[in-house]
Write a protein that binds this ligand. Sequence first.
Ligand SMILES: [Zn+2]
Ligand SMILES: [Zn+2]
Length: 384
Amino acid sequence: MTNAPQVRDHGGGVWSIPVPIPDNPLGHTLVHLLDTDAGPVLIDTGWDDPDSWQTLVEGLAACGTSVAALHGVLVTHHHPDHHGLSARVREESGAWIAMHAADAAVVRRTRSTDTARWMGYLAEKLAAAGAPESHTAPLRKALAEGRGGTLPGSRAALPDREIEPGALLPLPGRRLRAIWTPGHTPGHVCLHLEERHPGAAARSGAALGQKSGAALGQETRAGLGQESGAGRERGGHGRLFSGDHLLPTITPHIGLYEDPDSDEVTDPLGDYLDSLERIGRLRPAEVLPAHQYAFDDAEGRVNELTAHHAERLSDLRALLSERSLTPWQLAESMQWNRPWADIPYGSRNIAVSEAEAHLRRLVKLGHAEPVPDSDPVTYQATDT
Ligand SMILES: [Zn+2]
Ligand SMILES: [Zn+2]
């Protein structure tokens, strides 16, 4: 038995269902439901786990619909807390699944990459980043013994439609525009509901069952001409389903776009900062993120995140002006939410990937450069 999901009615044919992510400090994914004239559409689906599925099923019932009635699934990005249940939803409803091409490519690649190839790639990459032998040894050992199990995401659903950046989605009765926001993943999208915000009372997000009270409140406030949410006072427009791109207090992970088949030197942090700026310019009246809670001040949050990364980049530049460092050493020197010694194995890999993303940005900006003939390569600050 799962607890009754705390479904929220955001008004104007939009609901959110918190679908739990097992054993994860994030807690849950806010799966959104959008009513359209062709039937209800999901934005993200949640983690592939029996309890999560049960919560989604009960949540849809609380919204007055069902899995079988779903018309389509829009996936903000390929991560398993967003795309995990898409296959099962499609199986039970016949709904289409849409995703940006760059993330669809990641899904396709993950399904076809065998574990040995992936582990070999990871071991090599970590060694090149300066990881000590003790860190890569377990990977090499598992590889030599043919262990490793299946890769997470190897059974994820292949999308059958593409989300075209900049285009209105073909959803009868709604104006929902796709905005490509690469950074957290190469094909992350935010979805902008270009419709008037339904009103202050609905935004308090009363649970279903208290709907009549909320509706009454809405009438009263509208009648008094006090519809004065901060977003609308600033002339914000519409609502933004922001996925993991813009969250109220969490800084999304920006690492490298891992691709064993490509040598392209991508700049995910640069992509992310560009995407942030574009979202800030949209000025939505409200943000409906995929984790935590809905919030108003998109522009303020964008400014905080931009400042956070600028500060981090300047700290790293200062570190590199003291001595040259490998990406691994840089990760060890960076500020994390706990001392490096306490960071578990898998999270260290994520931390190194984040350090490398910052290094690439510094190199692109001309603030850092690789030391010639260093092996593994170390980086130093430039004088500019
Ligand atoms: Zn994510
Ligand atoms: Zn997520």
